[in-house]
Design a binder for this molecule. Structure first.
Ligand code: AMP
Ligand code: GLY
Length: 423
């Protein structure tokens, strides 16, 4: 089987690493990939919004399956493009059609869906420019903190949480006036949920599903969960507070009704669903759906999957996922993200990364890197995820941190407290 994997982050490097271990893979191509993915396949320089270039690559390289990493391609309709094309329609895509990707592409749609199928989530109302005053009145009925969300994709920046009512009203006005472009033409205002967050993932073939290992992500730049939100500074899996009783509730109250809802809505969803959850007094609530794997969660979750991932993809494509063998490892896996100085604000690229060849007991998943001759250079805010196995979380973290210290590049930064709240 020849696979084309779309994306260029740590998530895609971890997927490439796992796909490469499959007995069923002949050739793996990654578009556009990074300096790490080229170890497991051939990087191809394609702009992911150029569907025709993707099509040409699929034909030229005799690709048998497309695996989509990032959400934007899915929300833009890459799966539909394949299904509707006379040549591509037989090539399976791991990643939902637009009608499914809207679970991430529109928070308003996602909230409606959750209400309709009785999936626990924060109480909410949606507003547009035409009823901004009603939005302000709704804010008055809530108590602080106030949560305002841009309806559409806003590069992870579309959620604003404020303690002050007047500031929240002002933020509502600004969002509706186009703070996030068209993404905030509709704003969801919702009740604040006070709890602890975790990420749960499934792969579904639109009939059944397999639950992947859960993970906890650390989103803030600063230690002690302070400072600006980032794409994610590290992750641990499994999550100690997600015991069997809680995960059973997640399956019954969240996963099953979501899959059943997609079936009832006639949405052929083949791919990953990422449930962004919050545990409040022992109960799961959905904060958001994503229609892809998480990053850096993937760098801690994928290493814990023992089964052949290409086999899982084939079963997903053929809608026989219930027959797939699926085994996970009881080991812990932790990942610590090395980032560029200044991230998540502005940062410089092109810094030489050293000592990556000397790392023994961690897996390095490149996020923002670029090969330049013999050298590997930084090429993004998040640079490398240092993932390690351990018999327990501390053991795994010790390895990740030892190796995070060893890797060198100018301006390297990382959080020193991943897993700190869980010990
Ligand atoms: P998102 O961009 O949707 O992942 O949201 C960013 C972050 O905002 C989440 O990871 C939560 O920490 C926080 N958040 C979103 N919605 C709520 C809510 N209803 N209550 C509390 N925190 C929330
Ligand atoms: N780490 C969170 C995300 O991938 O959205």
């Amino acid at each position: 089987m020849n696979i084309l994997l779309l994306g260029s982050g740590g998530r895609e490097h971890a997927m490439a690493w796992k796909i490469n271990q499959s007995k069923k893979i002949n050739n793996l191509y990654i578009a556009p990939g990074n300096a790490g993915t080229s170890e497991f396949g051939q990087n191809i320089d394609i702009n992911l919004s150029d569907f025709e270039a993707i099509k040409n690559c699929v034909i030229e390289k005799n690709i048998n399956m497309l695996v989509v990493g990032p959400e934007q391609s899915l929300v833009d309709g890459i799966s539909d493009y394949f299904l509707e094309d006379s040549i591509l329609h037989k090539i399976p895509v791991i990643g939902p059609v637009k009608a499914g990707a809207i679970l991430e592409g529109s928070k308003d749609f996602a909230k409606d869906f959750m209400m309709k199928y009785n999936i626990p989530t924060a109480k909410y109302k949606s507003f547009t420019k035409s009823n901004v005053e009603a939005g302000k009145n709704f804010l008055e009925t809530l108590s602080a903190p106030y949560v305002l969300k841009a309806d559409g994709l806003a590069a992870g920046k579309g959620v604003i949480i404020l303690d002050d009512l007047d500031q929240a009203k002002k933020a509502l006005e600004e969002m509706l006036a186009g703070q996030f472009g068209n993404a905030s033409a509709t704003v969801v205002i919702e009740e604040f949920l006070d709890g602890i967050e975790l990420s749960v993932f499934v792969i579904t073939d639109s009939k059944s599903y397999k639950i992947l290992p859960e993970a906890k992500d650390y989103k803030r730049i600063g230690e002690g969960d302070t400072g600006l939100n980032t794409g994610g500074m590290g992750a641990v899996s499994p999550v100690p507070f997600a015991n069997k009783e809680f995960l059973d509730k997640v399956e019954v109250q969240v996963i099953k009704p979501t899959i059943d809802g997609l079936i009832k809505e006639n949405i052929k969803y083949k791919g990953f669903i990422f449930f962004g959850l919050i545990k409040v007094k022992g109960e799961p609530f959905v904060i958001e759906y994503n229609v892809r794997m998480g990053d850096p969660e993937t760098e801690a979750v994928i290493p814990r999957i023992k089964s052949d991932i290409v086999d899982l993809f084939i079963h997903t494509a053929q809608e026989t996922l219930d027959e797939a063998e699926f085994e996970t490892s009881p080991e812990y896996c932790t990942t610590v993200m090395l980032v560029s100085e200044g991230y998540p604000g502005s940062y410089e690229k092109g810094k030489r990364i050293e000592n990556i060849e000397n790392i023994q007991d961690s897996m390095l998943f490149h996020a923002g890197t670029k090969q330049s001759g013999e050298k590997v250079l930084t090429n993004g805010g998040r640079v490398i995820a240092v993932s390690s196995y351990g018999d327990n979380m501390i053991d795994a973290l010790r390895k990740s941190y030892k190796n995070a210290e060893k890797i060198e590049f100018a301006g390297k930064n990382f959080r020193k407290d991943i897993g700190f709240d869980l010990k």
